[in-house]
Design a protein around this ligand. Structure first.
Ligand code: GAR
Length: 197
């Protein structure tokens, strides 16, 4: 059984996709052992509770400075002792010590086809705003390993999604989630859990 910790900041629709895929067998040989949010208001925490998954908040507000927060985040993960850490809309840069401790054991979902629209400042709705501003006709999502950089780690899976006439950032975000993110993130976890990478 692959033991997974999922880290979240917001609505948690990707977390929900993982929970559902574990429940219905799309993700095999995997157990979600905990959910960590950096923000106590994250709706993802409700989703974890409903699914009976232990959830934890590690927020920068609870600590004197960034270094203490970074330590607390890594300590909480180490305490849970997962095989894999999944960033599912976790909008905090993973500190270097964390990356080194979990080298090739942290994956992230990003809502574009990397290397387009990624790096500092490209998160959530901003990614789709930038894609529409540029006028791209195809966008998508990427699952990648997390390294010391921002969205620079080795790519695991990508899926393209068509931009349509009249798209708003919100409409495009929803299509990218439905057609790409909620499919490739569970798929990547299943592949890792079953040595199919
Ligand atoms: C998702 O679109 C995810 O790809 C994005 O945040 C959203 C979280 O939604 N992540 C990033 O932009 C990371 N750079 P969710 O909380 O409903 O899963």
């Amino acid at each position: 059984m692959l033991k997974v910790v999922v880290m979240v900041s917001g609505g948690g629709t990707n977390l929900q996709a993982i929970i559902d895929a574990v429940d219905n067998g799309t993700i095999r040989n995997t157990e979600i052992i905990g959910v960590i949010a950096n923000n106590e208001g994250a709706y993802a925490l409700e989703r974890a509770k409903k699914a009976g998954i232990p959830s934890f908040v590690v927020s920068p507000k609870q600590y004197a400075d960034r270094a203490e927060f970074n330590d607390a985040l890594l300590n909480k993960v180490k305490e849970l002792n997962p095989d894999l850490v999944v960033l599912a809309g976790f909008l905090v840069k993973i500190p270097e010590a964390f990356v080194h401790e979990y080298n090739h054991r942290i994956i992230n979902i990003h809502p574009s086809l990397i290397p387009s629209f990624c790096g500092t400042g490209f998160y959530g709705l901003h990614v789709h705003e930038a894609a529409l501003e540029k006028g791209v006709k195809v966008t998508g999502a990427t699952v990648h390993f997390v390294d010391e950089g921002m969205d620079t780690g080795e790519i695991i899976l990508q899926k393209p999604v068509m931009v349509e006439k009249g798209d708003t950032p919100e409409v495009l975000q929803k299509r990218v989630m439905e057609q790409a993110e909620w499919k490739i993130l569970p798929k990547a976890i299943d592949m890792i859990a079953n040595n199919e990478l």
